[in-house]
Design a protein. Structure first.
Length: 367
């Protein structure tokens, strides 16, 4: 905490502030958190998985990979290359030859006057028609009904779902932190109004509130981010408000007021750095929740538009495919989501432990 002493303030005010400021462990909270994370193997593995997914999202967004995810590159429902081969046809006909090839050809010229021209029309159509490129019969993770690569769809779905989760979590964290800071620090009628607003939001079940907003707004990525952000700030607000209520009467805040710091400076320059770990942990937790919420909305048809793909739309398509035995799209979507959600959850738990102020003294004793 720095700044010039205004006129009328004793010259030793800076020394008083230094004496009553909150104790800071050598190295800072961030360095202590990094030190704890480095000694946690599960946290480091989870961090590596999250970084890999973020790199995958950026590569897909820039067009380096999965650019042509909507192209029909394989036959319909082409199985994965590592799966068992499909069963051979029951008839004795050779592969690629219709079962009717061995049957006698009927002469329909007597009943169809256009029959003599069929052969000539077929020959001319073959001459002027564009030759369709050969489609693959196997892909690494198979193909969907239209012959699109399931692996490319899973990568593109990672981009959409992860971007929505990160953006919505950041939006909700900003709203919850700002409102919680105002309510906890200012108090009075501001706190009462925000508490009433918070009570109204929390009185409605979260899933119903999300579906209500989604039914009003059109499907779209930006709309999903706004919906999740506007409905997910309440938990962050409650925790940040409690932290500000605890910190606003402490000596270092009063000392900042004594040397002339305004309300905004005390709220966001003095108190916020001491409660930022709460917002950071909540941000990480909300990413996981919002990814799952986006998948649910897209599965129900309220999420991404029809010309985009996410894990939710893949699960919606796989619902009907699973009945007929095409399981690979379901496997790709669920496995991609399960790995990311599990890694993010484990990283969030490790981050919460690393930023726990109650462990600062333990690390200082070990240093």
């Amino acid at each position: 905490m720095s700044g010039a002493v205004p006129p009328g303030v004793p010259e030793n005010a800076q020394a008083v502030v230094a004496d009553i400021a909150p104790p800071v462990v050598e190295g800072g909270l961030l360095r202590l958190a990094v030190r704890r994370l480095r000694h946690d193997r599960v946290a480091m593995v989870s961090l590596a998985v999250v970084i890999a997914y973020l790199a995958l999202m950026l590569a897909s967004w820039s067009g380096l990979i999965a650019r042509d995810w909507s192209r029909e590159v394989a036959v319909s429902y082409a199985p994965p290359s590592w799966a068992a081969e499909p069963a051979a046809p029951a008839s004795g006909a050779a592969p690629g030859v219709p079962a009717e090839a061995g049957r006698p050809v009927l002469d329909i010229r007597e009943v169809d006057p256009l029959a003599p021209g069929y052969a000539e029309w077929a020959r001319r159509a073959a001459e002027i028609g564009s030759a369709e490129p050969a489609r693959a019969t196997h892909l690494p993770l198979g193909a969907d009904k239209w012959g699109r690569d399931v692996l490319a769809k899973a990568i593109k779905g990672t981009e959409i779902s992860l971007f929505v989760g990160l953006s919505a979590a950041l939006f909700a964290t900003l709203i919850g932190t700002a409102l919680g800071a105002c309510a906890g620090f200012l108090g009075g009628w501001v706190d009462d109004a925000l508490e009433w607003f918070y009570s109204v939001f929390t009185s409605i079940p979260g899933i119903l509130l999300i579906l209500a907003f989604a039914a009003v707004l059109r499907p779209g990525i930006a709309n999903i981010i706004v919906i999740l952000g506007l409905t997910g700030w309440t938990g962050i607000y409650r925790l940040v408000r409690a932290e500000y209520l605890r910190h606003r009467a402490r000596d270092y805040v009063r000392a900042a007021e004594a040397i002339g710091a305004g309300r905004a400076a005390r709220m966001f320059l003095h108190i916020l750095p001491n409660v930022a770990h709460v917002s950071l942990v909540q941000l990480s937790q909300h990413v996981v929740g919002f990814i799952k919420a986006e998948v649910i909305l897209s599965f129900l048809g309220f999420g991404v538009p029809l010309d985009r793909v996410s894990w939710g739309t893949m699960l919606a398509e796989a619902q009907s495919e699973l009945v007929t035995g095409q399981w690979w799209q379901l496997l790709a979507a669920t496995l991609s989501m399960a790995v990311l959600v599990t890694a993010f959850s484990l990283l969030t738990d490790a981050l919460r432990d690393a930023l726990d102020p109650r462990l600062r003294g333990v690390d200082r004793g070990r240093a």
